[in-house]
Ligand binder design. Structure first.
Ligand code: FAD
Length: 471
């Protein structure tokens, strides 16, 4: 007979709909009609996730006279932008320690640009009346093991030395006064650097704002190829072509229309559960009055937060790389991961035994070996791309959109001068080397979690080379 905890976890999933909670919304806007025939414009944006939507919106804000078209292969926000945890972080570098290890000389600038970017998102949400449950609650990284607590303390000291004063170290009682789990032994609280939001409503709100500024959006319109055409570019779609002076690619993990960009990213599937709304008593049993986002500090980490109607989103831990980097609808669901996540949930919050999950889903993350976005141009500067956000793109895609527009406009800005913008990550090797390398790295990370954070020779070598694998 299965152990009691197992049975509870499985039962809690029995009614879970296999679809993103955020997209399962009767108010989801109808898609715009597909493109039929030919179109001409100044700027064509490919991709209707945050990257593409921010690019189109900022392009119109920079120059209202610019004629902008956006094509989306499926529906706006259906992919990562409608499935994520909704942690909208200021960090452009996938966290302070990743930024510090890669760009120590410009970290202060990157942090400042990141804060300005998050402020600008907050301002845009207000200005365009985007109803996306934006709450600037901050985030606590919690420690559940002594070595994690040591790492958080080191991070806190390091940040103070660099003059970043926005972090607060919490001891066991302080963290449990915020959110009460018997597994928490401390935390690092960033009060201003992260906001919580409803991911799909952000995408839908950006779409509405774009339409309001005159962007022409075509959904169910996949860009099939990209070729030079006279002084500009042409993109072929199933029922027509778009001729554009400039093209911005916000296509995330989907095969880039610029083929040489493809080896820089691999898809890593990440999964999440959503509970039913908690009752007042259930919520009181865990505290959580200040509604921050939380993440634990293991290599294989969980992230969790409240929705506007007091459900708990609980995601992360398993990061699944499909052989050959193949994207498939089948990978969007992984019951064995759902079960693992549910077990971990009840271990973290035993007070919530009996709570059910209403939704369970997954999505592909565009992982690159340096964990933060890279940028570039092709076709003599007429095409720009940004990709590789590696699980932290809710906020930083707006920054990436600005970079793409700087590059397309041929402008030297404080963004284009950054080493982070001018450099590229190491590409992933072809199969079977990618599969083997990622497999060894995942195995080593799991062992490190079970082994007081000790990093084996493989991880140390990867650290030295500045390479990694994350979700
Ligand atoms: C489960 C999960 C949890 C996550 N949690 C967080 C989080 O809490 N915080 C955070 O910061 N980040 C998180 N992320 C990452 C974040 O969601 C992404 O970084 C972000 O949404 C990327 O936006 P995007 O527009 O680049 O990509 P997408 O949202 O994937 O959009 C790309 C779009 O381009 C379209 N497209 C691709 N190719 C073509 C083509 N040829 N023609 C036309 N259209 C095309 C696709 O159909 C798609 O709609 C998470 C991701 C996942 C999957």
């Amino acid at each position: 007979m299965a152990p009691v905890a197992m049975r509870t976890a499985a039962q809690s999933l029995s009614g879970a709909k296999p679809v993103s909670f955020w997209l399962d919304d009767p108010d989801k806007p109808a898609p715009q009609p597909a493109l039929t025939g030919d179109e001409r414009c100044d700027l064509l944006v490919v991709g209707g996730g945050y990257s593409g939507l921010w690019t189109a919106l900022l392009a119109k804000e920079r120059d209202p006279g610019r004629d902008v078209v956006l094509i989306e292969g499926h529906e706006v926000g259906w992919a990562a932008s409608g499935r994520n945890g909704g942690f909208c972080a200021a960090s452009l570098t996938h966290g302070l320690s990743n930024g510090l290890s890669r760009w120590p000389g410009e970290l202060a600038k990157l942090e400042e640009l990141g804060e300005r970017n998050l402020d600008a998102i907050e301002a845009a949400v207000a200005a365009y009346g985007i109803d996306c449950d934006f709450e600037r609650t901050g985030e606590i990284d919690v420690a559940t093991e002594p070595h994690q607590l040591e790492e958080l303390k080191e991070m806190y000291e390091e940040a103070r030395k660099l003059g970043f004063t926005g972090l607060e170290l919490l001891d066991r009682d302080q963290v449990r006064a915020e959110v009460d789990s018997p597994t928490f032994i401390g935390g690092l609280f960033d009060r201003r650097g992260v906001a919580m939001l409803h991911p799909a409503k952000l995408a839908w709100g950006l779409k509405q704002a774009c339409l309001g500024l005159g962007v022409r959006i075509y959904e169910h319109t996949r860009g099939l190829d990209l070729v030079s055409a006279g002084a500009g570019m042409a993109v072929r779609t199933p029922y027509g072509r778009v001729f554009a002076r400039r093209v911005a690619l916000g296509t995330n993990i989907f095969p880039s229309l610029v083929k040489r960009v493809r080896p820089y990213t691999v898809p890593v599937y990440d999964y999440a559960l959503m509970t039913e709304p908690l009752t007042e008593e259930q919520l009181a049993s865990i505290g959580w009055r200040n509604r921050q986002g939380l993440g634990d500090s293991a290599n294989q980490f969980h992230y969790f937060r409240l929705s506007a109607d007091n459900r708990i989103l609980w995601g992360g831990y398993d990061a699944v790389y499909p052989f050959g980097g193949r994207l498939s609808a089948e990978m969007d669901h992984r019951p064995q991961t759902y079960l693992k996540l549910a077990e971990h949930f009840f271990r973290c919050f035993p007070q919530l035994e009996g709570v059910n999950f209403s939704h369970a889903w997954g999505g592909a993350i565009d992982t690159c070996s340096r964990f933060s976005a890279f940028f570039g141009t092709a076709h003599a500067g007429k095409v720009a791309y940004a990709a590789g956000y590696t699980g932290l793109g809710v906020g930083s895609t707006r920054f990436g959109a600005d970079v793409m527009l700087d590059l397309l406009d041929g402008e030297r800005t404080e963004r284009t001068e950054l080493e982070m913008v001018r450099s590229k990550p190491m590409p992933f090797p072809p199969e079977p080397f990618a599969w083997a390398g990622i497999g060894i790295t995942k195995w080593s990370l799991a062992r490190s979690d079970d082994n007081g954070g000790h990093r084996n020779l493989w991880l140390k070598a990867m650290d030295k080379l500045g390479l990694g694998f994350d979700s």
